[in-house]
Design a protein around this ligand. Structure first.
Ligand code: ATP
Ligand code: MG
Length: 164
């Protein structure tokens, strides 16, 4: 199924925007900033599965960040892929733990994680979904600075002037 990834990502972010705004007394609401390419990118994906991945990473960005931070969401195109990224200003992940965050049941700081709820499966499932699409998922993070999750999906650019 070819999906307009700009629309799909927007749709997910709109939902998070509504959630944040309907949050009873947001002393300091999160700000979701979008930096999207203007070109519509049609990518062959399972829309429901990709929504699940975006939801999980957005939920993490909110869960592991103090309120009031900015979450910057980007969509860019390279010569053979589209790259989505979600950057937060939260707790970050210690360098030694970065290679493990996509492992099943792995959670940074067990005690802290237990008080936050969750199973530690979100990112393992996300990785599985992205890999099934022939894509890659990775994390860049610094403790107490923030985390950026990247998702690259294979993409064949559509040549608009092909018939000229
Ligand atoms: P759930 O199954 O509900 O998603 P979870 O959020 O703990 O539980 P994952 O989404 O797989 O599980 O994330 C694994 C761990 O990686 C988290 O427990 C957390 O320690 C760390 N982590 C994930 N995203 C972030 C983030 N944006 N900032 C800081 N730490 C993060
Ligand atoms: Mg999670």
């Amino acid at each position: 199924e070819y999906v307009n990834i700009n629309e799909l990502f927007s749709h997910v972010l709109n939902r998070f925007d509504m959630m944040i705004q309907s949050n009873d007394k947001p002393e300091k609401p999160f700000v979701i900033k979008r930096e999207f390419t203007k070109r519509d990118l049609w990518v062959e994906v399972d829309a429901d599965k990709m929504i699940q991945v975006m939801d999980n990473i957005m939920n993490n960005a909110i869960k592991y960040s103090p309120a009031g931070g900015t979450i910057t969401c980007r969509l860019v195109e390279t010569h053979n892929s589209v790259v989505l990224s979600i950057a937060d200003e939260g707790l970050g992940v210690p360098k030694k733990d970065i290679p493990h965050v996509f492992d099943r049941f792995f959670r940074v700081d067990k005690a802290r994680a237990r008080s936050m709820g969750g199973t530690g499966l979100g990112l393992a499932i996300s990785k599985e979904v992205v890999q099934k699409h022939g894509g890659k998922i990775w994390l860049e993070s610094a403790e107490n600075v923030g985390s950026t999750f990247f998702i690259a999906l294979p993409y064949v650019p559509y040549e608009e002037d092909e018939w000229e």
